[in-house]
Design a protein around this ligand. Sequence first.
Ligand code: SF4
Length: 350
Amino acid sequence: MADKPYEVGPIFSQGEGKSLGVRVTKGCNWNRCIFCPAYKGTDFEVRPLDDVLKDVDVAADYEGDRFESAFLQDADPLIAGTQHLLAVMDRVKQRFPSITRFLSYGRSHTLQRLGQDELAELAAAGYYKVARGVESGYDPLLRYIHKGATARIHIAAGQKVKEAGIVLSDCVMPGLGGDLELEVGKPTWLYHVRETARVINEVNPDILRLRTLIPVPGTILGERYRAGLFNRLSDPEIVREIRLLFESLDGITSNIDCNIVFNVLPELNGQMPEDKEKLLAGIDKYLAMSEEEQGAFRIGVVLSNRGGNIPPFFRLEQFKGTRKEKSLRIMRKLQRQGIKPEDYLMQVLT
Ligand code: SF4
């Protein structure tokens, strides 16, 4: 962020924008996931400890003690090593007495290599939450997207984090398999759901976030999509995939978080297991709508939350009156122009 006198990475995990950003590493040490546009122009670097500590001092003078948490950046700061992180956290706590919680992104591959004692040490020092991209539990799909992790690694890493008492936020990606068939006779979307549910059931993350795939132009997957080598599922197909995922979640107590406009139904939020039936009922309400209404709902949600000329909304029950009329009008206009609503939305969202 150019307007700060200390270095801050460009990305905060969802809901952590009010944390102090502490850039321990730059970029992503992996940087090969084919759907991911983040950090593509950034050379990976573990920033020298002295530089990070100096930044903390500058940030303290500049910002004052006004934060409750610090977000350690960028994509996988745990790769810097436990002692490196502990030294940074120590300085942050000295200079920002109000900060008691540290959060970061973390890759499963890195987490599973940490010793249980190291995770416990980090937790004792205030490392509170890690957010990781699981994306899928289906190994052929994890290979296809170059995730650099397997279901086994995801499970081992997740269980270690939980055992250390650190809050685990796992993100999975509906629609990631498109209409691929990576193994003969096995529709990828179906095995993506089944194996993802298996991983989540074994780990029981505190938070389960859903973030539907958008094949972002400029990424390898985005270019495959443009070249017709990867086909997206339709919105209703993705919603059916999510329904099967929710149905397959068993014995977990995760908080479900779909609250991002990338998702067809950002209102699917609740606590497992007690809200499972409510979530499934919300999905069924969407699936019962006509194709035109489903398209218009999606357009309305995206445009109304991106400054469009529609009062902001994201719930099905709000899809009525002016919101519905305006959304349907835009939908029909796109259809007359021969523009697929999903292609239009991709442009808006990317
Ligand atoms: S998804 Fe995460 S691990 Fe993969 S390239 Fe992007 S930032 Fe790196």
